[in-house]
Design a protein around this ligand. Structure first.
Ligand code: GLA
Length: 405
């Protein structure tokens, strides 16, 4: 057993007595390579699962109670009863991500039995690497396993994504889909429209390296960043409605995907200038140009064209900074350092407003890039070993699973 599971085991015994936990669920975090703030607009994304994630070491219970302790002391232990109407904790509480999965599964499958578990994670929290969705997925898989229920992965991806809206964030389906569907050495283009969602696995060239660097600015998905996130969604819906009302070629389109199938990108960008005002015009422009970049980026990865992929990442960052207005000073600084230290491209990843950037370099440039980020960004902030916490050399990894110990 690894050191972390031993610590989980002693915390388990401390909280729940000597009953033996026999199951371990592991759900990975993810880094989104391109396609940001597109998923909740029904447009594609292109993430990969990470080698880091959230684990739940658990023992089955014979009643409807779920009790959880967390190895990270900032998260207090919690306990609740499984039902199709579970009272949420205060906004921002970590237990809500577990309750989200539990309520969604009870609504789908009726009454369920619970478990006692210890949660641990080696993902930075509020960093845009989807630690919260990894927790939701880990809780869902643990419950399914406890109750001997099999669900098809695509159905589960959609159920958990919808279920997670319980926490009050009107998210799309990217995080849950990649967490469940991740594959080693592979990035996944995910298409949402028309449903059901589709996964398009694309091998990551072995001579490419993605490096993830934390801005050390927290972006709480169900905290302060939530209102901005939901507001962006509302602005995008408003922009779509106005465009479809005013553009004769777009008559009948009710979704971004329909609009982009009917009208060229160039025409849409030009039409937005006359139909919309800022900020709707900016949000609209980001969303449609970003969706266009996703397919181009996938093609560049297939062709092994690192220059084109990198350029698209930089365009994405610019669009997120200027049009979507979700960057911040530290994220821009990290992107600038990466780009002047051998990266082919760099951009904020995840919802933004803090969290991480992802940079792409040729594998042989990795050490130089990591050293430059350490020296120029982390050393002035008194972080002596950034790779312990803030810098991740990303390994495209497999999806969530449960094992019997
Ligand atoms: C968060 C959400 C995702 C997605 C990203 C932005 O991570 O959970 O669904 O919208 O923001 O691309």
């Amino acid at each position: 057993m690894k050191k972390s599971s031993q610590t989980s085991l002693s915390l388990f015994v401390q909280h729940f007595g000597p009953a033996e936990p026999k199951h371990l669920t592991r759900a990975p975090g993810r880094v989104n390579l391109i396609g940001e703030h597109t998923d909740y607009n029904g447009l594609p994304v292109f993430p990969m699962a990470l080698q880091r994630g959230v684990s739940i070491l658990f023992a089955e219970r014979d009643d409807a109670t779920v009790r959880l302790a967390n190895l990270d002391r900032q998260f207090p232990a919690c306990s609740f009863e499984l039902s199709d109407d579970i009272e949420p904790d205060a906004p921002g509480a970590w237990a809500n991500y577990v309750k989200a999965a539990a309520q969604a599964l009870c609504r789908r499958h009726g009454s369920l039995q619970g478990f006692d578990g210890v949660v641990s994670s080696d993902l930075p929290v509020a960093a845009g690497l989807s630690s919260s969705s990894a927790l939701t997925v880990a809780a869902a898989l643990s419950l399914l396993h406890r109750n001997d229920i099999h669900m098809e992965p695509l159905e589960l991806m959609e159920l958990v994504a919808r279920g997670e809206r319980y926490v009050g964030t009107e998210g799309g389906g990217m995080d849950q889909a990649i967490c469940l569907g991740g594959r080693p050495n592979t990035a996944l283009k995910i298409d949402f429209e028309p449903p059901p969602l589709r996964l398009n696995p694309t091998p990551v060239p072995s001579d490419w390296q993605f490096v993830v660097a934390h801005s050390m600015v927290r972006a709480e998905k169900s905290g302060a960043a939530r209102d901005t996130y939901n507001q962006r969604g509302a602005e995008c819906r408003d922009a779509l409605r106005r465009m479809t009302e005013r553009l004769p070629e777009a008559a009948g389109a009710s979704r971004y995907a329909d609009l982009m199938a009917l009208v060229s990108l160039k025409t849409l960008v030009a039409a937005a200038d006359s139909v919309l005002e800022d900020p709707q015009r900016q949000r609209f422009r980001h969303v449609i140009t970003e969706a266009d970049r996703v397919e181009k980026a996938r093609e560049a990865m297939v062709a092994g064209d690192i220059e084109v992929f990198g350029r698209l990442m930089c365009e994405s960052h610019e669009s997120l900074r200027n049009d979507y207005e979700v960057s911040c000073k530290s994220l821009d600084e990290l992107v600038d350092i990466a780009m002047s230290s051998g990266a082919k491209g760099a951009r904020l990843t995840g919802a933004g407003l803090g969290g991480c950037i992802v940079a792409l370099c040729a594998a042989e440039q990795t050490t130089a890039l990591v050293e430059a980020l350490s020296r120029e960004f982390y050393a002035p902030r008194n972080v002596s070993d950034p790779q312990a916490e803030h810098l991740i050399i990303a390994e495209p990894s497999g999806g969530a699973s449960v094992i019997r110990l």
